[in-house]
Design a protein around this ligand. Structure first.
Ligand code: ASP
Ligand code: MG
Length: 403
């Protein structure tokens, strides 16, 4: 097999851990695989470099920041390669440039445009373990760029796509994807497999193990992703296309997002174009609107309720104020003490009653549902935040996710 193995900051956090990574990589190699390793900076290293820059400037040039921040990953890549060579393996460390990673020119948040895998491929053909510095590339002017914080996952997935790897393993300090947050529900179980779409829903709903951008790219490039821990030999979770999951469970997981606020607009003038006006203004203010509900009131006006991330609340208020001043909206209210619980599973595409069960679980627990939205693979409910944990545990039980 051709395997990409990516090790995050905590997995290469000190020299001893880098030595552990070297032996793990060597085991894959000994087992007969070709291995490309992608590494992050040692944990805390990138923040330390940011701090150094801030010592001199509040607003350092982004190009210099890229030059600076890309250094952290180079340190890890070269140390790991040295460790491997010392163990008797043939290996080579590569910068993003040497690995052929071409990006656009957006310093500190560049996008990968394409990868020329020539250097990696010829090193692999020579039997070498290739160790690539993650998080970095080079733009058309030859300048070093970085991919945005946490971007080494993205490097790994993109490389796996470019060299057609059989597998891309992402090693972190958590052992995989769980049916729900084990801190809320200790009976949560690790999933063996999950589809890209389910993973994207779970991640955007608050389960942060992998960057969404990386999962999206894995889906686009059809890369089989595994998240697992580098601290034990425990198997991780495979994230793959739906067709590869034979017996998709009805429900794969329960996600919780406490970072939501509800905005209620009352007495909204009922005329064509009003919703378009309001939500276009919100979009221009870069407010990320999620659920929307509109109801007709008796007096010919409407009420519109919607949710936004708590961080977008201030911007939303300014937009709404404008409409209140013009008399398009009578009254507005804001509630931060809400949360969104979601039931996610591709199995619900072909089954009925999944949503009904979610609602009756809320009823059994005496939890009032404020808003509902559904998609093919998800049922989301907005409820009072104080019931968040109760709801998650109730749903986890109802769908028997501990079995
Ligand atoms: N070292 C970079 C960061 O801390 C990239 C990464 O770890 O993925 O953001
Ligand atoms: Mg990281």
């Amino acid at each position: 097999m051709l395997i990409v193995q990516k090790f995050g900051g905590t997995s290469v956090g000190d020299l001893e851990r880098i030595a552990n990574v070297a032996s793990r990589v060597s085991e894959s190699k000994k087992a007969g695989n070709d291995v490309v390793v992608v590494v992050s900076a040692m944990s805390g290293e990138t923040n330390k470099l940011v701090g150094y820059a801030e010592h001199f400037s509040k607003n350092p040039a982004r190009a210099e920041m890229d030059m600076l921040l890309s250094a952290g990953e180079r340190v890890t890549a070269s140390l790991l390669s040295i460790a491997l060579q010392e163990m008797g393996y043939s290996s080579v460390a590569m910068t993003g440039r040497k690995a052929g990673i071409r990006t656009d020119t957006h310093h500190t948040k560049a996008r990968i445009e394409d990868i020329n895998p020539q250097n990696m491929k010829s090193a692999i053909a020579q039997g070498k373990i290739v160790v690539v510095a993650g998080f970095q590339g080079v733009n058309e002017n030859g300048d070093v760029t970085t991919l945005g914080r946490g971007g080494s996952d993205l490097s790994a997935v993109a490389i796996a796509g470019a060299i057609n790897a059989d597998l891309c393993e992402i090693y972190t300090d958590v052992s995989g994807i769980y049916t729900t947050d084990p801190r809320i529900e200790p009976k949560a179980k690790k999933l063996d497999k999950i589809s890209y779409d389910e993973m994207l829903e779970l991640a955007s709903l608050g389960a942060k193990v992998l960057q969404n951008r990386s999962v999206e790219m894995a889906k686009k490039l059809n890369v089989n992703l595994v998240t697992r821990t580098s601290f034990s030999n425990e198997e991780g979770t495979l994230i793959t296309k739906e067709e590869n999951i034979m017996e998709a469970p009805l429900v794969s997981g329960i996600a919780l997002d406490k970072n939501q606020a509800r905005i209620s607009l009352m007495g909204v003038k009922d005329r064509p174009g009003i919703a378009s006006d309001i939500f276009n203004k919100l979009a221009s203010a870069e407010v990320n609107v999620d659920m929307i509900i509109q109801n007709k009131a008796h007096d010919g006006t409407t009420n519109i309720d919607f949710t936004v991330p708590v961080g977008d609340l201030q911007d939303s208020k300014s937009v709404v104020d404008g409409f209140v001043k013009k008399g398009d909206i009578n009254a507005d209210s804001y509630n931060e003490d809400i949360c969104k619980v979601s039931v996610v599973g591709v199995g619900m595409k072909s089954h009925t009653g999944v949503a009904a069960k979610a609602f009756s679980t809320m009823a059994d627990n005496n939890i009032n549902i404020n808003m509902i939205s559904t998609s093919e693979i998800k049922v989301s409910m907005v409820i009072d935040e104080k019931y968040a944990e109760l709801a998650v545990r109730g749903l986890h039980d109802a769908y028997e996710l501990d079995k």
